[in-house]
Design a protein around this ligand. Sequence first.
Ligand code: GLU
Length: 303
Amino acid sequence: MRRTRTLAGIGIAAAALLALTACNSGTPSNPGGDAGGDDAGEDSTWFEVASDVTLDGSPTFEKIQEAGKVTVGVKEDQPGLGFLDVTSGERTGFDVDIARWIAASLGYDEEDIEFKPIASANREQAIVNGDIDYYVGTYSINDKRKELIDFAGPYFITGQGLLVAADAPGADKLEDFNGKTVCSATGSTPIQNIKANFPEIKTQEYDLYSACVQDLIDGKVDAVTTDQAILIGYAAQYPDDVKVTGGLFTEERYGVGLTKGDDVLRAHINDLFTDNPEIWQAIFDKNLGSSGIEVEQPEVDAY
Ligand code: GLU
């Protein structure tokens, strides 16, 4: 279901947020106020940090408390979702703010978060190894991954799409690229879909989607395929060079990657999402509100 947002609706969401700031639930204390290019320091005021948190029976939370910091796996080359401005050091994006929100709900501020960039192919292993406490980065929930890890969420839904050169003809199906070369990230669901179901499409793989986008701009591949929400971010970054076309060919439900069996942390994050729709909306509006993406917060799947 889609929803058209109104200015009145945004006003209500902001008022609801202010009313909520007194609750200890990782509530933004400055909702939307620093959108658009302020420094990382100001982002630390975005969520009110919970105090006296107890999560009995969560091995991950125990580890976080011992370390005195939260280690979060993210993407950093996906504008609008998970992005690092290497000049300013500022991290922005919907996923990054979801990660900050979770950290705040556990009692940890921006300065207590260590962000680790982890590519699509390495996510399960990083979680299994305990290199990170949780992962927030366009990470689709699926059964194969659930053999190794658990997911809280979903907190966002998108689907596979295509990015082509700005002057290329539009395409509305993946078969349009039979005999052509399509680029995606190793270990991602879109590359798996192409390899399993579209044998006539040639593939180019990199660890990072930004390398695919560079190849597209350089004319080395015919298209980039991954989740449309990711591609929309690149189209906004390089509007003269590339454009989004086609989709949504699949349903990609984004979850927070967690250590398998940490049901206490999973329930905590699921409750955070379910109980605070206004905060989800504020995070969406701040990061993707002007992107053209229209999506509602999905219901969590508390399996
Ligand atoms: N959501 C897809 C996946 O989890 C593609 C995006 C990504 O690689 O992060 O594989």
